[in-house]
Design a protein around this ligand. Sequence first.
Ligand SMILES: *Cc1c(COP(=O)(O)O)cnc(C)c1O
Length: 484
Amino acid sequence: MTQPAEHPETGRMEHRLTQVGAALDAFLHREADDPLPRRGVWGPALGGALPPSGLGPDEVMRLLTDLVVPNGGRYCDPGFWGWITVGPTTMPVAAMAAGMVAAPQRYSLTAFNALEETALRWLADLCGLGTRMGGVLCSGGSTANLIALGAARQWALEAVGEDPSRDGLSGRPVAVYASQDVHHTVHRALGVLGLGRRSVVAIPTDGAGRMRSDLLEDALDQGRRTGVLPLAVVACAGSTDTGAVDPLRAVGSLARQAGAWFHVDGAYGLPGILDPRVAPLYDGLDLADSAIVDPHKWLGAPVGIAAAFVRDRDLLARAFMQEPADYLDLGDHDGPVQCSLDTIGVNYADWGVELSAPSRGVAVWALLSEIGREGMRRRIVADNDRARRVADAARRHPRLELMMEPTLSVVCFRYRSGRDPDGVNREIVRRLLRTTPWVASSTVIGGAFVIRPCFVNARTRDEHVDAFMEAVVEIGDVVEAEQA
Ligand SMILES: *Cc1c(COP(=O)(O)O)cnc(C)c1O
């Protein structure tokens, strides 16, 4: 067979990926830099009209490497500790790029389809879920919570003779019990599932940010008296505000007693179980009916990768099936499989809300293959250490105040202000973003505005953390003096 002449649109990858790789390396090694001051350049240059005829590959590459990449976000910077998000490490990026070409869909009997399953098994193992749970990879914690709570809805309503995914809801009142600090994607998932954001019963937390199981018990009693169906109890394994791990054994046991599904949202914090100092906090994880984890948070996978686990994937199929379609022969044919396309492979399409979906397992497999359980454990421990480093510095410094002992790698502290603590700390966070390489977000604890870095960034070193703490005090002193 003679090779056809290469059309530019299908040209060789190596040259182009090398160009992008070089631009990305330059981007990653630049000095701390924000794209906003140059918006007058890239905004108009990139905001034009659809070109009537093509610019050609060289010009597209030039724009991509000279104008787009250098004006990307600060997520990969070593001083980025905002919210719970971060830039990926290199191996999963390379793996993801490979999958985009070699297996753009996760289906059919390919190495990539197999790696979806390997990745799920390895994640379950890494995060202490053992071998009893099956799952599906999906786009993020939002989707993973939706999938897990969709399973909960199916399970709880099947038990009273209903099939909500097939027939819709009967209007039966239901309640979902969760910590007051539960992530709001849980509320949204319940909205999408037709159960309503208001079905969440918020359980207060204790001084360490953990759900109070005594108050959960009261709330479940109250619900029983009013005849509401206890659909699920949601526990945080690493809350977004404070990193708190709810008392899983107590909460899970109460869920069991009430006949409710027990869901553990570990989008951020489930890998925390690798740190032996905090591993005992995860006791009770074995009670979970479902659990989620976001490899795109603490594990450094590219954004767009989460995992939802349940005890029984058949339940997911009942909750999320599309019903058979003529356009999709899922390979339920007779006879042996003779080529990769004879079957869809492991059929993730019926276990969540996505049909077309990229091969994500390859990225998880790559990042875990690269450093193994031990390498990941070291990263998790180093990140937890950094939160304790901030806590120690805040405790020691006369003008700083630790607002809660860190559980995992989130730490909440603030500058002591005699006048307007909330206003001063809000201004500190803003100026950190604008004038330093350090990105720390904020939250509110017991009504107090606090500075809240979350360490999940593999590019961070301890000296960055020390410089950040100095910057907080320096800026705090200036802001406080301005207010006087
Ligand atoms: C981040 C987070 C989510 C949402 O995950 P996305 O990947 O951003 O959609 C859900 N729960 C917890 C605890 C989180 O930290």
